[in-house]
Design a protein around this ligand. Structure first.
Ligand SMILES: Nc1nc2c(ncn2[C@@H]2O[C@H](COP(=O)(O)OP(=O)(O)OP(=O)(O)O)[C@@H](O)[C@H]2O)c(=O)[nH]1
Length: 275
């Protein structure tokens, strides 16, 4: 940057220094966000983001050229470099951070179509933020929406167990009137990271006690080492939720135009259900 600036304050040298500084600040902020959000090593994320920022700098150079032309034509060319550098850094940091909202601490909805007991189901799996996320829907909204719940804590992290306890109680409170009877089959409490039992902070008995108190089913497993247990647990949840859905349908008998619509749908359409 210094060599570029020393040449002269021509638009070309300024635009070069600007695009390099833009790509550098972008790569730095990208690598910071990558290493924080993905827990990727800083060196790896730095090299990845540096490659990306080099290619980006090709697109940025016309922009920086125009900006530097404007600044060097103005009365204060000496101010252009520090001004642009600080502008670049502060503008690219939020931009690059906003590129990765989905990597961590973000909520997601996964969708999958599957067939259970000959019935077609559209499964929607909502994974909420573990941290408080601004502008995102609250857990309470989602609790009203869902047919089943899998509340996961980390057996090597007591704070996650305390959060799980609060969530289980919230689910029980909000669903008390609706599905008290089904709660034990539709709420699963899962202690994950069983492979880390040497650094365990939450005993199996504590998990079992909470599950018994809140009438939920209890599992302790390791998603990292035995993914089959996770598959089994989710299959059981989907199965229970689809049975629960049947029970709910039986309880809430539609009448009038609704039952006519249901009849038409049963005769002419393939019934699907969202879980
Ligand atoms: N040792 C071990 N690590 C695991 C296991 N399951 C997940 N992890 C690790 O725990 C970390 C967090 O996992 P995530 O799936 O991102 O957890 P999360 O609760 O969805 O995190 P947020 O994105 O903050 O909501 C990752 O580094 C995983 O590799 C497990 O069974 N054993």
């Amino acid at each position: 940057l210094l060599s570029f600036s020393l040449l002269s304050f021509t638009p070309l040298s300024l635009s070069l220094s600007l695009s390099v500084s833009l790509s550098l600040s972008l790569s730095l902020s990208l690598s910071l966000s990558l290493s924080f959000s993905l827990s990727v090593s800083f060196c790896l994320s730095l090299s990845l983001s540096f490659c990306l920022s080099l290619s980006l700098s090709l697109f940025l150079s016309p922009l920086s050229f125009c900006l530097s032309l404007f600044l060097s034509l103005s009365h204060y060319p000496s101010l252009s470099i520090p001004l642009c550098l600080s502008l670049c850094f502060f503008l690219t940091l939020p931009l690059s951070l906003s590129l990765f909202p989905f990597l961590s601490h973000a909520e997601c909805i996964y969708r999958k179509r599957l067939s259970i007991d000959g019935r077609q189901l559209n499964l929607e799996l909502y994974d909420p933020c573990s941290q408080a996320c601004e502008g995102k829907s609250t857990l309470t909204d989602q609790i009203h929406w869902a047919d089943g719940f899998v509340v996961v804590y980390d057996i090597s992290d007591r704070s996650s167990f305390i959060k799980a306890k609060a969530i289980v109680h919230l689910i029980r409170e909000l669903n008390l009137g609706v599905a008290k009877r089904d709660a034990d089959t539709l709420v699963f409490l899962v202690g994950n990271k069983q492979d880390l039992c040497h650094v365990r902070e939450v005993s199996r008995e504590e998990g079992q006690r909470l599950a018994a108190e809140s009438q939920t089913q209890f599992y302790e497993l390791s998603a990292a080492e035995h993914y089959q247990e996770v598959v089994l647990m989710f299959s059981k949840m989907v199965h229970n939720a689809s049975l629960g859905g049947k029970a709910k349908e039986r309880r809430r008998r539609p009448s009038g135009s609704k039952s006519m619509a249901k009849l038409i749908n049963n005769v002419f359409g393939k019934r699907r259900k969202s879980v």
